[in-house]
Design a protein around this ligand. Structure first.
Ligand SMILES: Nc1ncnc2c1ncn2[C@@H]1O[C@H](COP(=O)(O)OP(=O)(O)OP(=O)(O)O)[C@@H](O)[C@H]1O
Length: 344
């Protein structure tokens, strides 16, 4: 029997290796209405790398393209979504995979090497079937175990995640929301994947259950030494769980860097606003909201997409697209006036 569990910590060299490389990625929703083509540029020229054994957060307001980006990474796109440029390459232990160049290899890697906890993923549990069937339907084919050994493996995994094996015999409606979310995490990690993508896994949960689920994700990540992409608009969740953080604005990256450094010293005016709008105990001052609305991605502004809302924009910002360049956080930022804006 193949032992899927990685018991040895990754070596320094392995740790330093990239687990995922995204280069110039563009993914649009393309619709043709009676001869008129309309493109929504939800992911527009994004390049980044995710390291082995790190939790990488993606933040940004609603409709900034977070879900579109990670669906594209997972190769989980359906029309009208279309990759129109760039590459996505995973570097799994048994070899690299080009997501859009090697679809068969990518299909085989799902669950086994890569798992995806989707938004509303509790729907993965069929309301009219017992929970155990979700495990057999999705995970058993990737584990090559006879039914008894598979059941034992699942029960041991549930026990590690502080879930009683009896939940396998329950119907989803008999479990609380927190338990169902823990189960979806158990399901996504039972094959011990090297890479986990989680889209808003705690958004629908109350604060205490949320803490519980975040702790669970951290625990699983530390044990498997997997790479995790964690998407949420909730900055306090990023502060609690991520090692590095990317801020998306209107389909592009605005800033990226070590999470603590981004919170301590945000460089992009948009990041400054996101962090400045977080409530602090004892601070009763009124928070300044950002003027305007996020742009329509079917007709985004020229130059820096944030410039119409930016408090310190200059003429150049409307004309030129700022490149992602090394920043004072040790990460990267796309702003001609990086580090110049602060909220009083
Ligand atoms: N099926 C679709 N067809 C057309 N446009 C879409 C579709 N799904 C999403 N979009 C558009 O793509 C853009 C990015 O949406 P996306 O869901 O990726 O953002 P998000 O940052 O994940 O938002 P949220 O936090 O609300 O989930 C939005 O303008 C959205 O309206």
């Amino acid at each position: 029997m193949q032992n899927l569990m990685r018991t040895q910590p990754l070596t320094l060299a392995e740790n330093a290796m990239d687990a995922l490389t995204i280069d110039g990625l563009k993914c649009y929703y393309v619709n043709d209405y009676f001869g008129v083509r309309r493109e929504i540029r939800a992911v527009d020229d994004i390049s980044l790398t995710i390291r082995k054994n790190e939790i990488y957060g993606i933040a940004g307001e609603s409709s900034s393209g977070k879900t579109s980006l990670i669906k594209t990474l997972a190769g989980a796109i359906r029309p009208p979504m279309r990759v129109v440029g760039g590459t996505v390459k995973f570097n799994f232990a048994d070899g690299p995979i080009d997501v859009y160049g090697e679809p068969a290899k990518m299909k085989a890697a799902r669950w086994r090497h890569l798992s995806y906890i989707m938004q509303g993923s509790m729907n993965v549990l069929n309301p009219v079937r017992r929970v155990k069937h979700a495990f057999t339907d999705f995970a058993s084919r990737h584990m090559n175990l006879d039914p008894a050994a598979f059941r034992a493996r699942v029960e041991a995994h549930l026990a590690r995640l502080h879930l009683d094996p009896h939940v396998l015999e329950a119907f989803p409606h008999q479990l609380s929301g927190g338990m169902r979310q823990r189960l979806t995490i158990a399901l996504a990690t039972v094959c011990e994947p090297e890479f986990i993508i989680a889209d808003e896994p705690t958004t629908a949960l109350d604060v205490l259950v949320q803490q519980d689920v975040l702790a669970l994700i951290k625990e699983v990540q530390a044990r498997l030494q997997s790479s995790v992409i964690f998407v949420t608009h909730d900055m306090s969740v990023h502060a609690a769980i991520t090692d590095r953080l990317a801020i998306m604005y209107a389909g592009r990256l605005a800033e990226e860097g070590p999470t603590q450094a981004i919170f301590d010293n945000p460089q992009h005016p948009y990041t400054v606003h996101l962090i400045g709008s977080l409530p602090r105990i004892g601070d009763v001052s009124t928070r300044k909201s950002l003027k305007g609305k996020p742009p329509a991605l079917s007709d985004p502004p020229s130059g820096c997409r944030f410039h119409p809302r930016c408090p310190i924009a200059i003429d150049k910002c409307a004309r030129e697209v700022p490149a992602m360049l090394p920043s004072a956080t040790g990460g990267r930022v796309a702003c001609f006036r990086a580090g110049e804006y602060q909220i009083q």
